[in-house]
Design a protein around this ligand. Structure first.
Ligand SMILES: *Cc1c(COP(=O)(O)O)cnc(C)c1O
Length: 386
């Protein structure tokens, strides 16, 4: 089976892990955490990085850091991984779910502008949702598969309402927005994941990047039980969301190969996009002009009428680890009652997305096999051909 996306651990990972063991630094103390925070920040084009135990804890901590609290609403696209919505729930807040735009599959900014105009009011320097009376506390755009939304439109809108942007850039390290890295395109903070299927992994881990020194210091403090100095004094209810030195050691080795990994992801996407351009039964994932996608995942969108179940089954029978992708949040049991806009785009697209193998050590021969299997799977799903 050609796997969907597995870790590529062929660099300094083993040497750095041995170093952790030899030196006895496997937990919260050690040089790798500091180095990893600097390396992540640099790759994200941000001044500060705070390493965390996962992407989910990074997002939760970032939301707490910008002031999201109990009973607040946080704007979120419905087409995302459930961790984004859960991070909001962990604050005691509720996601306010929006559809995505057809040409980006990220937050529909026009829809957001119209809806904020119609359904909110400003009071005492804050924004309130008229229907529920709840405060709107932040906007969390999701960088879908590694594609940022158009921040040149989102940032002025957020500024107009005084809402901080916390980006879910979980899989977006390496993406560019009009030439700027994800930590430098207008979000107050961006959460990143280093889970095993991401382009770069620490096993499990995450990071928050920000250009705001005060926020970075606050997040670091909250992340480490809000301890003051070396006594057991803690000024607020903090979190144990630290990354360990072992995880950071893996991460340092991974980020050393960032250019190589990102180039392979782009190459793989170019193959699948070229396939999609030549076969009318599928279309490519969007890559709008304003951004350079980092292609965490790539694959194809099946045209209406091409049965996803048949395509996925045939691909797997032919040894290709293909998968369906996200199911919208408004269909998930914990979020069916969340306030939301209609979501015709997410509803239409989600069942038709097929992600295809894209490990960073995939070979050209494996890519050839994926394409052959994809053609066979499409023939099985829609006899009559290209
Ligand atoms: C992977 C991912 C997360 C969660 O990261 P974990 O490290 O698994 O907690 C959140 N949001 C998105 C968009 C992701 O892809």
């Amino acid at each position: 089976m050609i796997p969907l996306a597995i870790p590529n651990l062929g660099g300094n990972e083993r040497a750095y892990l041995n170093q952790c063991i030899d030196e006895g630094f496997v937990s919260s103390v050690g040089e790798f955490v500091n180095r990893f925070e600097r390396d992540v920040a640099a790759l994200a084009g941000a001044q500060y990085g705070v390493a965390t135990s996962s992407g989910t804890t990074a997002l939760h901590l970032a939301l707490v850091g910008v002031g999201v609290g109990r009973d607040d609403l946080v704007v979120l696209p419905t087409y995302t991984f459930i961790a984004s919505a859960n991070a909001i729930s962990h604050c005691g807040a509720t996601p306010w779910l929006f559809d995505v735009a057809r040409d980006t599959l990220t937050l529909d900014i026009e829809l957001l502008a119209r809806t904020l105009e119609r359904e909110t009011e400003k009071r005492d320097g804050a924004v309130f949702h008229r229907g529920s009376g709840r405060r709107v506390a932040a906007i969390m755009p999701v960088f879908t598969m590694g594609l940022p939304p158009d921040m040149d439109r989102l940032v002025p809108l957020a500024d107009h309402y005084g809402l901080p942007i916390v980006g879910d850039g979980a899989a977006a390290l390496g993406a560019l927005h009009r030439g700027r890295k994800i930590g430098a395109c207008g979000a107050r903070a961006v959460g990143i994941s280093f889970n095993g299927n991401k382009t770069f992994t620490t096993g499990s881990g995450g990071a928050i990047v920000t250009g705001d020194a005060e926020l970075a210091a606050k997040l670091k403090h909250l992340c480490e039980t809000a301890r003051q100095g070396d006594r057991y004094r803690h000024d607020v209810v903090g979190f144990n969301y630290r990354m360990s030195n072992v995880e950071a050691a893996l991460g340092c080795a991974q980020l050393e190969r960032a250019n190589e990994f990102l180039a392979v992801k782009r190459k793989v996407a170019a193959r699948y996009n070229a396939f999609a351009a030549a076969d009318r039964r599928v279309e490519a994932f969007p890559e709008p002009d304003y951004a350079q996608h980092c292609w965490w995942f790539s694959g194809v969108i099946l045209r209406p009428g091409v049965d996803p179940a048949v395509v996925l089954r045939t691909l797997r029978e032919n040894g290709v680890g293909a998968r369906p992708f996200w199911e919208p949040m408004h269909d998930q049991p914990p979020y069916v009652a969340a306030p939301r806009t209609p979501a015709p785009v997410a509803d239409d697209i989600a069942p038709r997305v097929v992600i295809l193998p894209s490990s960073t050590h995939i070979t050209d021969a494996e890519l050839d096999r994926v394409e052959t299997a994809l053609a066979a799977a499409l023939d099985a799903a829609q006899p009559g051909g290209r």
